[in-house]
Design a protein. Structure first.
Length: 158
C-alpha cells in the first residue's frame, strides 16, 4: 500500500469557535492550565514559559498568532505540548487551546488543499481542510505555524 493512502490520527482542539487539528504524532501531552511565567521582550503571541518536569517550555497563544482575541482562561483551557521541527532540530512548545476535543482519523481523501485567499494572507501553515461531523477542521502543519525567526526568539528563552 502506498504511503499517501495511510489514515492519519489528528488531535482536534478549538480556538474561538473554530476547530483545528494537529497530527497526533507531534503531540507529547496535554496539560491542565499551569501557572505561566511571563518573559519580558518576547512577541505578543508568546505568553511565557512553564516548567515541565524541570524543562523550560515556551507557551504560545495560537489565538494571538492567528489574529484572534487573546485566549481567556476557562475550566477547559489547556496547553497542548507539541514537538516542532526547525532547522533539523526538534523544539518543544506549549500551545494554548480553548479546549481539546478528540482524536479523529482522516484519510487523505477526506482532506482538501488549504484555500488560497489572495496573496496577502499566509496559509502555508494550513496543511488542509478536513470535514468531520459536518464541520470543517483546519489541519495545521505545526512546523510551518511559526517562522524560523519567531522560533529563534522562542528558543532564546530556554
Amino acid at each position: 500500500m502506498a504511503e499517501e493512502l495511510q489514515t492519519t490520527q489528528y488531535l482536534t482542539f478549538t480556538l474561538a469557535d473554530e476547530v483545528f487539528a494537529v497530527d497526533v504524532a507531534r503531540v507529547r501531552e496535554i496539560l491542565e492550565m499551569p501557572s505561566i511565567t511571563k518573559v519580558p521582550q518576547v512577541p505578543d503571541f508568546m505568553r511565557g514559559v512553564i516548567n515541565l518536569r524541570g524543562c523550560v517550555v515556551p507557551v504560545i497563544d495560537l489565538r494571538l498568532k492567528f489574529g484572534m482575541p487573546e485566549t481567556a482562561q476557562t475550566v477547559n483551557t489547556c496547553i497542548i505540548v507539541v514537538e516542532v521541527a526547525m532547522d533539523g532540530e526538534n523544539t518543544v512548545l506549549g500551545a494554548l487551546a480553548d479546549s481539546v476535543q478528540e482524536v479523529i482519523e482522516m484519510e487523505p481523501a477526506q482532506i482538501e488543499a488549504a484555500p488560497h485567499i489572495g496573496t496577502h494572507l499566509d496559509t502555508e501553515f494550513i496543511r488542509g481542510m478536513g470535514k468531520h461531523d459536518g464541520r470543517f477542521v483546519m489541519i495545521l502543519d505545526i512546523d510551518k505555524v511559526f517562522s524560523s525567526v519567531e522560533l529563534a526568539a522562542v528558543q532564546k528563552v530556554d
